[in-house]
Design a protein around this ligand. Structure first.
Ligand SMILES: Cc1cc2nc3c(=O)[nH]c(=O)nc-3n(C[C@H](O)[C@H](O)[C@H](O)COP(=O)(O)OP(=O)(O)OC[C@H]3O[C@@H](n4cnc5c(N)ncnc54)[C@H](O)[C@@H]3O)c2cc1C
Length: 633
């Protein structure tokens, strides 16, 4: 099909809610854009540009780590700020603590510092985005006089790892009762409409496009008989999903573990379980913990997380992975946790007593985040470019922090500084760090990820096809699911197919075949260089192919798109294939997070685990280190 026609059929030129970058200037397609293009105001589905500028969650289009938020990063990485770039005479503001990064870790650090030293402590949080929360990102849409709220990043509070006392206590102090999750879970779609998971077999990998509903519900034999697969692949997939033989018979449990630790899941499938290579594409979407792929995930890790193929090996795993509790989440995911923290730190921005019952709909006044009379201030759109002690680190009485705001370089001075940003950038922000520490901080490569929210005018195509979620292992987005929203705090989830709904799409860009860190780097570059139009094309085209047989029309059924790109997503975690087996205290994140003078390091990277509890724990440690250093405990 010729490109122009394909674009027209997909609705590429249609007015949807998004934000584009024309000559580097952010333009909302509604409001001003609609007027320029003769699009009627009614056709423009969401809030105006002015509203979105006042209230960042309403921004649509390219979000997450959007281009303007990270444009300073390249200059930082290139070492453009070896000298502190702001003259001493220009440092007019003084704080007790400056925190670089306003994610869950930075916000928690502010909270712990204030709790330890008193509410009058002057704290400044600097973040490069126009919204706080970091990965905890709220996406909001107003459509047909109703608000739809989605999560653009971290979703679940509970993790497979046990919460520390301190992280648990913080969640409780914020008024969140995780154990009440079941009360709020919106089960309408599964229970009333009886929808489940489908698998989309794509023509590039399986010879034809076909959506097969009933994964996990139908007997696997029946399910795979409906799929476009060769006889050999089908037979092997049925075997793998059933009771497997002991492929490593003759080896002891310890030997089996050692073997599995040294091979990828892909090697296990092809060489040990000996599946037909035609079946392998079904595993391409394999995310594994921390988004390891089928070719980068150690087979032992796959076995531990319950991947198929291992149940005949007789392995017993002690760890209990409690992912069931992921079921509780706010409609905006952990953005509600970030909002609750902001409410504690800056009550004027979020007045009243907030808890899990109120936070989702509580109006947050962004205009109050950086008020001069507030002891705690959050300064957004302010990337930090340089951090330097006033003199030698161990004897200095203060730290200077330079950041860019409104195109100008500015600076502040503080008694303490916490770096709650990304490990990989810290050596460039603070080049005075010892070489060994710099090397350790440079070791991890964050995982690139993409969470997209598409607002659909209705979801009757999903209902007709009998699916609420689609796994699409060979496609651009490997996962697609209806997000009816948790019914919590006065927010009403979606229940009928005629209602508009958010669809959540996931992609983990990578380059199969390369070592894991190289795959992460390639994925980061891909996300950084893809335009919104290119993302939009992929979204429309994929939804059209998967849902077309159910009557879905990508040109008319899409009301808005928000792409949250995260080139710097999950914290890097270690594994037996990609990382040397060293004692815990020699791990790069432990060496990297050492206190340096008046500066300490928080963020999930410092815990080498991509979880909310880790972000909180690292914040607590970073604050403790400052207090101990100064004898303030
Ligand atoms: C898509 C996605 C889904 C996830 N899902 C979950 C989940 O369901 N459950 C879970 O527990 N965890 C999840 N995580 C992991 C998540 O990263 C952690 O839970 C936690 O939110 C990390 O918080 P943080 O403050 O450590 O880092 P971040 O959220 O990354 O915050 C760091 C902040 O520092 C800013 N920053 C960086 N450099 C600078 C600079 N030079 N100047 C100023 N600011 C700077 C960043 O832009 C960012 O805003 C997810 C992560 C992603 C990306």
């Amino acid at each position: 099909m010729d490109k122009t026609r394909e674009h027209r059929d997909l609705g590429m030129g249609r007015p949807i809610a998004r934000r584009d970058f024309l000559n580097g200037v952010a333009i909302g397609i509604t409001g001003a854009y609609a007027a320029w293009n003769g699009i009627s105001a009614e056709a423009a589905p969401v809030s105006t540009m002015a509203e979105a500028a006042q209230y960042p969650p309403l921004q649509t289009g390219l979000r997450g780590q959007y281009p303007a938020a990270v444009e300073e990063f390249e200059r930082i990485r290139q070492g453009k700020f070896t000298q502190f770039p702001v003259a001493d005479s220009e440092l007019h503001e003084e704080f007790d603590l400056v925190i670089v990064g306003g994610g869950i870790s930075g916000l928690s650090a502010a909270y712990f510092y204030q709790t330890a030293l008193g509410a009058e402590q002057r704290i400044l949080i600097l973040d490069n985005h126009d919204d706080f929360g970091g990965h905890a990102k709220r996406n909001e849409f107003q459509y047909r006089e109703r608000t739809f709220i989605g999560y653009g990043g971290t979703m679940g509070i509970e993790t497979p790892y046990p919460y520390s006392y301190c992280a648990k206590a913080l969640i409780k102090e914020l008024g969140i009762e995780v154990e009440r999750g079941a009360e709020f879970h919106n089960r309408e779609i599964e229970e009333k409409h009886n929808l489940g998971i489908g698998v989309f077999f794509d023509r590039e990998h399986f010879g034809e496009d076909r959506l097969v509903a009933g994964a996990g519900r139908l007997p696997w034999k029946t399910f795979f008989e409906k799929a476009p697969l060769s006889e050999a692949a089908r037979k092997d997939l049925i075997r793998l999903h059933g009771k497997n033989p002991d492929y490593l018979a003759g080896s002891s449990e310890a030997e089996k573990r050692a073997q599995l630790a040294r091979m990828s899941y892909q090697e296990f499938l092809l060489k040990i379980a000996r599946i037909n290579p035609d079946a392998l594409p079904l595993f391409l979407g394999e995310g594994g913990r921390n988004n390891k792929r089928v070719d980068t995930m150690p087979a032992l890790e796959a076995a531990r997380h319950g991947a198929i193929g291992f149940n005949g090996l007789g392995l017993k795993f002690e760890e209990s992975f409690n992912e069931g509790s992921y079921l509780f989440h706010f409609p905006d995911g952990n953005a509600s946790v970030a909002r609750l923290l902001v409410g504690k730190l800056i009550p004027a921005a979020l007045p009243g007593k907030q808890s899990m019952n109120t936070i989702v709909r509580a109006p947050l006044d962004y205009g109050k985040l950086d008020a001069p009379d507030s002891p705690v201030r959050i300064r957004l759109s302010s990337p930090v470019v340089r951090v330097q002690h006033d003199g030698p680190a161990e004897s200095a009485r203060a730290v200077r922090v330079a950041y860019r705001c409104d195109g100008k370089l500015r600076g502040v001075r503080a008694r303490h500084c916490i770096l709650a940003c990304y490990n990989g950038f810290i050596p460039s922000l603070l080049p005075e760090l010892p070489e060994r520490q710099r090397e350790a901080l440079n070791y991890p490569v964050k995982v690139p990820m993409m969470y997209t929210n598409v607002l659909l005018r209705n979801w009757s195509a999903f209902e007709k096809l009998g699916v609420s979620a689609i796994s699409a292992p060979g496609m651009y987005h490997t996962d697609c699911r209806l997000d009816p929203g948790t019914t919590v705090g006065g927010y009403r989830g979606v229940s009928t197919p005629e209602e508009p709904i958010l669809v959540h799409l996931m992609r983990n860009p990578n380059k199969p075949g390369l070592p894991r860190k190289e795959q992460n780097r390639a994925g980061q570059q891909e996300l950084l260089s893809t335009t919104f139009e290119q993302f939009e094309f992929q979204i429309r085209s994929q939804l059209g192919r998967m849902l077309g047989p159910g009557g879905f029309d990508p040109a008319s059924d899409i009301a808005a798109i928000t792409v949250n790109r995260w080139p710097y997503g999950y914290a890097y975690t270690y594994d037996t294939l990609a990382d040397p087996d060293v004692p815990p205290e020699q791990r790069p994140h432990v060496i990297g997070r050492q206190r340096f003078g008046r500066v300490t390091i928080a963020n999930a990277d410092a815990g080498a685990a991509a979880f909310t509890n880790q972000a909180i724990d690292e914040a607590h440690r970073a604050v403790q280190e400052l207090l101990v250093h100064e004898g303030l405990t």
